[in-house]
Design a protein around this ligand. Structure first.
Ligand SMILES: NC(=O)c1ccc[n+]([C@@H]2O[C@H](COP(=O)([O-])OP(=O)(O)OC[C@H]3O[C@@H](n4cnc5c(N)ncnc54)[C@H](OP(=O)(O)O)[C@@H]3O)[C@@H](O)[C@H]2O)c1
Length: 291
């Protein structure tokens, strides 16, 4: 069985949805009530009680702005929690698939980031996520796969898409930042990519030894939040007018990277993952929500 932690978050629920397409793989989905990854004894006990073949860690402290006033909680989940899982996986010689963020990049450049580029996280969330990925790689060098992703949305949980749909239906006009550039990621696409990789390892098409290290995954293409909002309203047929504003006019407790587009050639070329364009996936998500 493969353990999925944080199973009730956006990505966790996306794994639950996409797992149905892989009946040969067996999963144990654990929400925070079943397994608190910040509790080392609970993690050890859980790993002793279940015969696990791998762990996919979808648990995280993701409240980017709140993290500025709750650094201990962010540290407990994004760093200590990952340490606990990495040690437990290393002890049992099973792989750990962990997710990190484009927020580790915070420099201005005009080409997509590659996995080996310098990192410069700003803010508690970004720093704790970087510490977490480093802990996973240090404590489980032969089995930790760290996937950096960006701008995650889905039909599950809270996200930018849902906020835009609500505001777009309530208001005649909205201002959205146009000077933060990145790529949206539809969480079920990311879950499917991971399941595809695991399935290929199971079938011997890929070797498990190819997986450790840092990887990028987002949808294809580039957008500003303004472009993303405009596309949501276009596809949904909402008449809400979107105006571009500068980040400086929309201050938040935590700074966001001005440019965090990631290069995905590594995961595509080495592992054979195919990635849809963000607009195609947005249409798919809105279709799912309309069912
Ligand atoms: N969302 C984004 O835009 C984004 C962007 C880049 C990277 N990422 C990364 O992608 C991954 C998945 O994010 P997401 O959007 O799915 O986040 P999410 O919807 O906020 O889900 C996180 C889940 O973690 C659980 N959790 C929190 N503390 C826990 C603990 N101590 N033990 C076990 N579970 C705990 C939460 O459960 P409760 O609700 O019960 O607390 C929640 O279900 C994370 O690593 C995140 O950093 C996300």
């Amino acid at each position: 069985m493969i353990l999925v932690t944080g199973a009730n978050g956006q990505l966790g629920q996306s794994f639950q949805k996409m797992a149905a397409q892989y009946p040969n793989l067996q999963f144990l989905f654990a929400g925070s009530a079943q397994l608190d990854i910040g509790d080392n004894k609970a993690v050890k006990r859980f790993f002793q009680q279940h015969n696990l073949r791998g762990c996919i860690n979808c648990a995280a402290y993701t409240a980017v702005d709140k993290a500025e006033s709750e650094p201990e909680q962010a540290q407990r989940i994004n760093v200590s929690g990952v340490q606990h899982l990495a040690r437990a996986c290393a002890a049992q010689h099973i792989p750990l698939i962990h997710f990190s963020t484009d927020y580790v990049y915070h420099s201005r450049q005009n080409r997509p980031f590659v996995e080996t580029d310098a990192v410069s996280p700003k803010g508690v969330y970004a720093r704790t996520k970087l510490q977490g990925e480093r802990a996973a790689l240090r404590l489980h060098p032969t089995g930790a796969m760290v996937i950096r992703t960006s701008w995650v949305y889905s039909e599950f949980g809270h996200n930018f898409l849902k906020t835009m749909l609500r505001l777009g239906a309530e208001r005649p006009a909205l201002s959205v930042v146009f000077d933060q550039i990145g790529t949206p990621t539809y969480a079920p696409d990311l879950a499917e990519a991971v399941l595809f990789i695991i399935d290929r390892v199971q079938h011997g098409v890929l070797s498990g030894s190819q997986l450790p290290g840092i990887w990028h995954y987002s949808n294809e293409g580039v957008a500003s939040w303004y472009d993303f909002a405009q596309a949501i309203f276009d596809i949904q047929g909402l008449s809400c007018r979107v105006s571009p504003i500068e980040t400086a006019k929309y201050p938040t407790p935590a700074q966001r990277p001005p440019f965090s587009v990631m290069n995905k050639l590594k995961i595509k070329n080495r592992l054979g993952v195919e990635i849809p364009h963000w607009r195609e996936s947005l249409e798919k998500c809105l279709g799912e929500m309309g069912k």
